[in-house]
Design a protein around this ligand. Structure first.
Ligand code: ZN
Length: 229
C-alpha cells in the first residue's frame, strides 16, 4: 500500500572511483553521479529516473528547505571527503517547478535573479537549440493532442547531454518515431502520473512502472489523437 510506505531519503553519490552503470552499461568515469542499489551496484541518474531533477547546491538553507518541501521527488547528493573520512552533503536534487516556487518565495534574497540567469545560461550551453526545435516539432507531429508547450519541455529534457539514454542516442538523432515516443513516455511518467511519488516512497522502479503503466498508456493514446480531450 502506497500510504504505508516509509518516505525514503533517496541518495545520490558523486563517486571517487571509476563507475559503470549496471543497467545501461555506460562508463561513467570518476566523479559521476550515481545511485546505489542493494546487490545491484551503481545506476546512472538517467537509468535511475532522476535525471529530470535539478541540482541545488548546499548553502542557502531557506531555499533548500522550501525546494525540498515542494518537490515530490528529491535526492540528497553526497560526496566522500578524504580528509574527514565521511560522506558530506553537497546539495539536493529537486524538481524544477519546486525550485522555481521556492525561489519565488525567496525573492527577497537579492542574489536569486543572478543565480537564475547563471542556471539558464548553463542550461542553454548544454543544449543544441536547433536539434531541440526539430525534436519538439517531431513530438508535436507524432502527438498532436499533447498540451501546448510540452513538446519543448520534452525535447529539452531528451536532448540534455547527460540524458544519454533517449535524446542523444543515434536513433533519436534521426528523430525516429520510437525514440521520440520513449522521450514522451518518460515525460508522461514523471509529469502526469504518481510515478515520482511512488519512487519517493521507496518503490522499486519496476513496481512503480507497473503501477502507472495503464495511466501512461491512456495518456499516450490521448496525445496521439489530434484535438483536445
Ligand atoms: Zn545507466
Amino acid at each position: 500500500m502506497v500510504q504505508n510506505r516509509k518516505i525514503m531519503d533517496l541518495k545520490v553519490f558523486i563517486t571517487h572511483r571509476n563507475a559503470t552503470c549496471s543497467e545501461c552499461g555506460e562508463e561513467l568515469g570518476t566523479h559521476a553521479w550515481i545511485t546505489l542499489l542493494e546487490n545491484k551496484g551503481a545506476l546512472c541518474l538517467s537509468c535511475a529516473d532522476l535525471d529530470h531533477l535539478i541540482f541545488l547546491t548546499s548553502g542557502n538553507a531557506a531555499l533548500t528547505r522550501r525546494a525540498s518541501k515542494y518537490s515530490t521527488l528529491s535526492a540528497v547528493v553526497l560526496m566522500w571527503s578524504r580528509t574527514r573520512e565521511r560522506y558530506e552533503r553537497q546539495g539536493l536534487l529537486v524538481e524544477s517547478q519546486a525550485l522555481e516556487k521556492a525561489e519565488q518565495e525567496c525573492l527577497a534574497d537579492s542574489d536569486v535573479r543572478a543565480r537564475r540567469r547563471e542556471r539558464e545560461a548553463a542550461r542553454r550551453a548544454e543544449q543544441d537549440q536547433d536539434y531541440i526545435e526539430r525534436f519538439a516539432g517531431r513530438v508535436r507531429e507524432l502527438f498532436p493532442g499533447c498540451p501546448a508547450g510540452r513538446e519543448t519541455i520534452i525535447a529539452e529534457h531528451a536532448c540534455m547531454k547527460y540524458s544519454n539514454r533517449v535524446g542523444r542516442s543515434a536513433t533519436a538523432k534521426k528523430l525516429d518515431a520510437e525514440a521520440v515516443e520513449l522521450a514522451v513516455i518518460a515525460h508522461i511518467r514523471h509529469a502526469e502520473t504518481s510515478y515520482d511519488t511512488l519512487l519517493a516512497k521507496g518503490y522499486e522502479r519496476w513496481e512503480a512502472r507497473n503501477q502507472v503503466k495503464e495511466a501512461v498508456n491512456r495518456r499516450l493514446a490521448d496525445w496521439k489523437r489530434a484535438g483536445k480531450l
